[in-house]
Design a protein around this ligand. Sequence first.
Ligand code: FAD
Length: 610
Amino acid sequence: MKDDGVTRRDFLNGARVAIGAPLLSPWAELFAGDWDRGADYYPPAKTGLRGTHDGAWETMHARVSGQMWPEGKPEEQVDLVVVGGGISGLAAARFYRQHKPDARILILDNHDDFGGHAKRNEFKINGTTRIGYGGTESIDTPSSYSKAAKQTLIDIGIDTSKFYQAFDQTLYASLGLARGVVFDTENFGQQKLVTGYGKRPWEEFAALAPLNDQARKDFIRLQTEKVDYLPGLSREEKYEKLHKVSYEAFLRDYCKVDPQLLELWRKWGISFWCVGIDQIPCTSIHDYDGGMPGLDDTLPRYGSRGEEPYIFHFPDGNASVARLLVRSLIPSALPGSSMEDVVTARADYMQLDRPGSRVRIRLNSTAVHVRHSGGDTAVDVTYVTQGKAHTVRGAKCIMACYNMAIPFLCPELPEAQKKGLAYGVKVPLTYTKVLVPNWRPFAELGMDFVYYTKDFFKQVELDYPVSLGSYKRSQTPDEPMILHMCYVHHDQEHKGPELWREGRRRLLTTPFSVFEQHVKDQLDQALRGAGFDAERDVRAITVNRWSHGYAYSPELLWEPEWKSEAEKPWVIGRQRFGRIAIANSDAGAKADTNCAITQAWRAVQETLNG
Ligand SMILES: Cc1cc2nc3c(=O)[nH]c(=O)nc-3n(C[C@H](O)[C@H](O)[C@H](O)COP(=O)(O)OP(=O)(O)OC[C@H]3O[C@@H](n4cnc5c(N)ncnc54)[C@H](O)[C@@H]3O)c2cc1C
């Protein structure tokens, strides 16, 4: 098939193998059965391949491949249509209603659950429910949130100070747990788990690690000596220089370490940036994970998080932010009244899209065309649900979906704007949750986190210890635990956004059985020394597959210097176009909840003033 341009390639990323009508119909049949289950319809409890689950993505990919659906006469009329039911779309609906309390709003989302990346995973074990986060993890640095985002958190009932009580910051350290590293055979000659990274004296850790003699010496030197590798330069001069130097180049050319150490730290930041250290500038990584070896005395940390620890975490992550937004829009869908009771509240999905309700959230519905109509007095949005196209007319429309999808949905946009929207490649990754009956092997080995130097999953870690409302964290190592494992595709052939395109292609074509096999293999590698047996101990797996994950963020090495805000592609891309405004975290080029809410606020102001 001919590739007809960057935008299309960005969206598809070679995943065309699975596109087209033959895939749509079996799903439509499957899903029809699910929807018919009424009160039993409860996506958070599903396991297997979730995140962008099968059934969620095929319609949009078919649209990108050129499929069209008839744009029929509008079956409904509303004041606002929001495309995308993630935090940004939900926040946009909320901001709009603050100005127009009687507005009728329809939110469309292609997934079977609301929240976008902010997804909830539930597991049942021994008669209890464990709750995990399938994506958007925490309210990171709430003090840095915009005024509108801070106020939104307050208005929906979140008091971030309560997390200081809810999150047990000392639990794992008080049990003597620290990081372990599984070294790989290819780079280190043997597969070996070494525990106590950052806890044991560095000399002791290095003695246990399968490093060559020079790497061992360099490791100890880097971890223990205080060296400024750019003496004589001011902080600004260092920043200027290191802004264009990858952490790999810094280790190799400035610290002059043995190449084996590059392999040790190559994937250290991959769950955050989704590239190796050869593409992350020193100025981005130097604040990561409590500081990176060699950099601390060259470019002292800002402490970008200030005094705020990383604790603002609901058991289901920011799914609770999404759930509280839904509660504020459709109270009957999420009974309760506090940030504590939302944790265990069971969402009633039958309430989301009720006739007569002023706000309706329609799941499993993919927008395929969005265009001005009625002589530019309205916007018609055609969407596909259960294989059938429907059209809704809105006085206004907010696109809170993915930037790179918008040019396909709104072909009438100016070319420069389409180009701006297509600029940022979304970053693919998975958050895989694994239910185990206890975490005794972790306690016995003294680990709460395992880093794998070169394996499918970059890490496995114990869940954040949070108790909120009636939900209690796993109290002792004898109790069930949800493990968090992160997979990001990495290879040395692809660089920059090409790596993400390749990663997306792989994600959408990797079956669940492959994830399962790696989960079991890697847990056995790390834990079998303490009696763990994956065949026996892995009770459930949920792979949250985010083929369109993090919003593109312009902090990696290849990003050009933009002369002004106005010429940044995502700023050009997010301009209001008639009755259509653009929200979502892509519009602010930052993968965070603050950005998602702030962009929603901006889009609503434009909608109200336009
Ligand atoms: C694994 C992961 C972990 C993260 N962790 C954090 C974190 O700890 N803290 C943080 O602040 N941020 C985190 N983020 C960033 C996260 O993306 C944002 O915080 C926020 O949740 C994004 O909200 P959004 O509404 O902008 O986008 P999304 O959540 O992506 O929502 C957009 C919605 O629009 C839907 N959509 C797309 N196309 C269509 C269509 N044609 N029709 C209908 N619907 C459509 C999408 O499927 C999606 O449901 C994380 C992201 C990921 C992927």
